[in-house]
Design a protein around this ligand. Structure first.
Ligand SMILES: Nc1ncnc2c1ncn2[C@@H]1O[C@H](C[S@+](CC[C@H]([NH3+])C(=O)[O-])CC(=O)[O-])[C@@H](O)[C@H]1O
Ligand SMILES: O=C(O)C(=O)Cc1ccccc1
Length: 242
């Protein structure tokens, strides 16, 4: 059903920056499953946390929704009345496919798809906010303002689920985790060329922070309860509760 990711399989003479265009959108489910250790566990847990944290008559946000995998899991696990899921991405190719993907499931929950820059979005009356591997693509200078907006838009008792690729503060461990991630990609059928070309394409685009920086920043914007709930190699997910 879904296409296999061969985007970096042949040598690319002028390797530009990685972007979420139509070619990436077409192979995205395969790409993310073979590239992000723990991705499917994190998606399941987003559903479980939705079941716990969704408040009646509130909004749930999926920021940088891509094809809507997290949105679908939130929708499937939502039991509170009067809720609406707002799924946002700035890539038209992703949003078009998210629309088709979400339309293929039956559900009574209202989902609003928005093409927008999440940094320009006003978050309101939120009980659940998901940033599933999206903050890492936002310019570092804009990250704190985005998180401040999320904190302010969350209701008391609301949750932010923040999944990211991390940098380890210890250089030796950092190298180990990156090597293990490359082993994971090899085991999933990616060649050395695919691994190195994608790494170069992501270099200026995906800028990871350390877990320590994430925690300090989440505390600074106001979250009283913050911790990592999952990590596999240099990928993981944090929870922040208001
Ligand atoms: N400023 C921005 N505004 C809106 N969207 C953006 C912005 N910058 C990047 N994006 C979007 O963020 C998404 C990041 S992918 C998320 C996976 C998904 N959450 C999943 O659970 O499957 C993560 C990855 O590919 O590693 C892409 O769709 C971008 O278009
Ligand atoms: O593939 C990688 O190296 C990653 O860091 C994960 C990823 C997954 C999908 C799009 C961009 C980055």
């Amino acid at each position: 059903m879904h296409e296999k990711d061969h985007i970096f399989a042949a040598p690319i003479a002028q390797l530009g920056d990685f972007c979420f265009d139509q070619r990436v959108a077409e192979v995205f489910p395969d790409m993310i499953k073979r590239s992000v250790p723990g991705y499917s566990n994190i998606i399941s847990a987003i559903g479980m946390m939705t079941a716990r944290f969704a408040q009646p008559d509130s909004r749930l946000y999926d920021l940088g929704c891509s094809l809507g995998a997290a949105t679908q899991e939130m929708r499937r696990n939502l039991t509170q009345p009067g809720c609406k899921i707002i799924a946002v991405d700035n890539s038209p190719a992703m949003l078009e496919r998210a629309h088709n993907h979400l339309a293929s499931f039956k559900s009574d929950v209202e989902v609003e798809l928005q093409q927008a820059d999440i940094c320009d979005l006003r978050i309101e009356n939120a009980s659940v906010v998901v940033l599933n591997f999206t903050l890492q693509f936002i310019a570092p200078s804009l990250r704190e303002a985005l998180l401040t907006g999320i904190y302010q838009g969350l209701n008391p008792g609301g949750v932010l689920i923040l999944s990211e690729k991390f940098l380890s503060a210890d250089g030796t461990v950092n190298e180990l985790l990156i090597d293990l991630h490359h082993d994971f990609k090899r085991a999933n059928g990616y060649s050395e060329l695919e691994i190195s070309q994608k790494r170069n394409a992501l270099e200026n685009v995906l800028l990871p922070d350390t877990p320590e920086l994430h925690k300090a920043r989440l505390a600074r914007v106001g979250f009283p309860h913050v911790d990592m709930w999952f990590q596999c190699f240099n990928f993981g997910s944090m929870v922040a509760i208001k």
